[in-house]
Design a protein around this ligand. Structure first.
Ligand SMILES: [Zn+2]
Length: 452
C-alpha cells in the first residue's frame, strides 16, 4: 500500500481539510529574529488574518487581544470560570538556512505523499492548526466549553522574546489562575526509546534552566615569537578541560524514574528488567544513564557546552584576553547560583573572571498524579489509543515556562505523531507532518475541550 492510499483511507475529511488550512499558514513567512525590527511584520499580520479567515467560527466566538506585537490571546468564555484552561502554540518559526536543500520549498505549503511540507509543519503551526480546528468545529455547533478557555499564540517563542511574559501579565492582572496550561514540547514519539516498540506520548512536566556564562582570562600579551609558559589561552583551555573531566553529578529525578517505570511496563522482558534497574533512585542509576549517550546524559545532569571561543585576532599576536562562552542547561535539582558555583569549583582558577550573560531558572515540576495529567492521558487515549503516556523533563525551552508563575499545572505536549526523522527535521530541513496526524490532533483537543 502506498503512503497516499493509506492516507486517503485513514484520514477522514477532517485531516484533509485541515491539511489545506495548515498549508495556508505555512505560506506566511513568520520568521522571528532576535532583533525584531528585522522581522517581516506584514507576514505576521497576514498569519493572524489567516487564523481568523480559516477558523471563522472560533475567531467569532472569542474576545481577541493582541499581546506583544502580533501575539494573540483569545478568550473563549465558558459556562464557568473557576478552572480556566490555557491552550498554547506559537506562530513564529525559525529561519531556513538554504531553501535549495528542501525537497519542497519551505514556505510553499506543499501537500504531497500524504504529508504537509514546510517550515513550521511540526514546530508549531501543525499544533496551532489542530487547536483552532478542534475549537472551530465545536464553536460552529454552538458548543460552549465547561470552563473558560484562553488560546495563546505567541509571536517570538523561537527567539525567547517577551510576548509570553506579557500574556502571563495579562492573565495575572485579570486574576486568572489557569487550572491547566498546555503548550508544545513532547509529542507522540515512535522509535524514541531503544527496546520500546509502542509509540510514547511524552508529556513535559518541567524544563531545564539555561545559563550563558562567559569565562575570561587576561594576560600581558606580546609577540608570538616569545610565548609565556602559561597565558590567557592556556588558562581558558584548562578550564574547559576541567569542566569536561569533572561533569556535574548525575541523578535520576523522580520524574525520570516515573518515565522509566512506565516505559518498562510495556517493554519486552530484558528491556523491562533494565529499565526497572535504572529507574531506582540514587546516583548509580544516573551514572549508568549518563554513559548511554548524549540525550540520556542530558536527562540526568546539568550539562556544560563550550560554544564561542575568543583569543587573539592576529596570527602572530599573543592573546591579551581569552574567553569562552558556556551554554549550560541546568538540571531541575539545581539553580542558576548553584550551577555558577559548580563551574567555579570545577575550574578552580581565581584568575578567571565569570559573567552571567543570561539565565533562566529550571521550571517548577508540574504534578503527574492529578486530574490535569489524567485529562491529558485520557485525551491521548482517545487520539492515539496505542500510545503510552509518560512524563519527562524537557531539555529545550518553551513559552510555557513563563506560565509557571501563575499555574502549578503546566504541561508541554503536542498530540502529533513523529518518528525519529521528523523529530530531526524540527529546526532542520524537510520539516513535514503526516496528514492523518492532523486529524488525531483535532480529536485530542476536541476530547479535551469537551471534558472541561
Ligand atoms: Zn516550537
Amino acid at each position: 500500500m502506498t503512503p497516499t492510499s493509506h492516507v486517503v483511507q485513514a484520514s477522514d475529511e477532517v485531516s484533509l481539510r485541515l491539511a489545506a488550512k495548515l498549508a495556508e499558514l505555512i505560506r506566511c513567512r513568520t520568521v522571528s529574529r532576535p532583533d525584531r525590527t528585522l522581522e517581516d511584520r506584514a507576514e505576521f499580520t497576514r498569519h493572524v488574518r489567516a487564523m481568523n479567515d480559516l477558523f471563522p467560527a472560533i475567531a467569532g466566538a472569542v474576545e481577541q487581544h493582541t499581546v506583544g506585537i502580533t501575539g494573540q490571546l483569545w478568550h473563549w468564555r465558558g459556562a464557568a470560570s473557576l478552572k480556566p484552561v490555557v491552550l498554547m502554540a506559537h506562530q513564529d518559526v525559525v529561519p531556513v538556512e538554504s531553501e535549495d536543500d528542501w525537497e519542497h520549498p519551505p514556505f510553499e505549503g506543499a501537500i504531497a505523499d500524504g504529508r504537509v511540507h514546510g517550515r513550521g509543519a511540526l514546530d508549531d503551526k501543525g499544533d496551532l492548526a489542530c487547536i483552532l480546528e478542534a475549537a472551530d468545529s465545536l464553536a460552529a455547533t454552538g458548543f460552549v466549553p465547561g470552563q473558560d478557555v484562553y488560546f495563546f499564540f505567541g509571536d517570538c517563542e523561537e527567539t525567547a522574546g517577551a510576548t509570553a511574559a506579557e500574556a502571563v501579565d495579562f492573565l495575572r492582572e485579570r486574576g486568572v489562575p489557569p487550572w491547566l496550561v498546555l503548550d508544545e514540547g513532547g509529542a507522540v514519539a515512535s522509535q524514541a526509546f531503544p527496546g520500546v516498540n509502542a509509540p510514547v506520548g511524552v508529556i513535559g512536566v518541567s524544563e531545564k534552566g539555561i545559563l550563558d556564562l562567559l569565562l575570561e582570562a587576561e594576560d600581558a600579551g606580546g609577540h608570538a615569537s616569545a610565548p609565556p609558559a602559561f597565558g590567557a589561552v592556556q588558562r581558558i583551555a584548562r578550564a574547559i578541560l576541567r569542566l569536561q573531566r569533572r561533569p556535574f553529578p548525575a541523578g535520576v529525578h523522580p520524574v525520570t524514574q516515573e518515565m522509566l517505570k512506565r516505559l518498562g511496563s510495556t517493554a519486552p522482558g530484558l528491556v523491562r528488567t533494565a529499565l526497572r534497574l535504572v529507574a531506582r533512585p540514587g546516583r548509580a542509576a544516573g551514572e549508568v544513564l549518563a554513559r548511554v549517550g548524549a540525550e540520556p546524559a542530558a536527562m540526568v545532569r546539568t550539562t556544560v557546552a563550550a560554544t564561542e571561543l575568543q583569543g587573539s585576532d592576529g596570527t602572530n599576536v599573543l592573546a591579551r584576553r581569552a574567553a569562552v562562552t558556556l551554554n549550560i542547561r541546568i538540571a531541575v535539582t539545581e539553580t542558576v547560583a548553584s550551577a555558577v558555583a559548580g563551574v567555579r569549583r570545577r575550574i578552580a582558577d581565581p584568575r578567571i573572571r565569570h559573567t552571567v550573560l543570561s539565565a533562566t531558572e529550571p521550571s517548577p515540576i508540574s504534578p503527574v498524579d492529578c486530574d490535569q495529567f489524567a485529562l491529558l492521558e485520557a485525551s491521548m487515549r482517545h487520539s492515539h489509543p496505542a500510545a503510552l503516556a509518560v512524563p519527562y523533563i524537557m531539555m529545550a525551552a518553551t513559552d510555557a515556562r513563563f506560565f509557571a508563575a501563575i499555574s502549578e499545572h503546566v504541561y508541554r505536549f503536542a498530540p502529533l505523531g513523529m518518528d525519529k526523522a521528523q523529530r530531526g527535521s524540527i529546526h532542520g530541513t524537510n520539516e513535514s507532518v503526516a496528514i492523518p496526524e492532523l486529524g488525531k490532533g483535532v480529536a485530542f483537543y476536541q476530547y479535551l475541550l469537551r471534558s472541561l
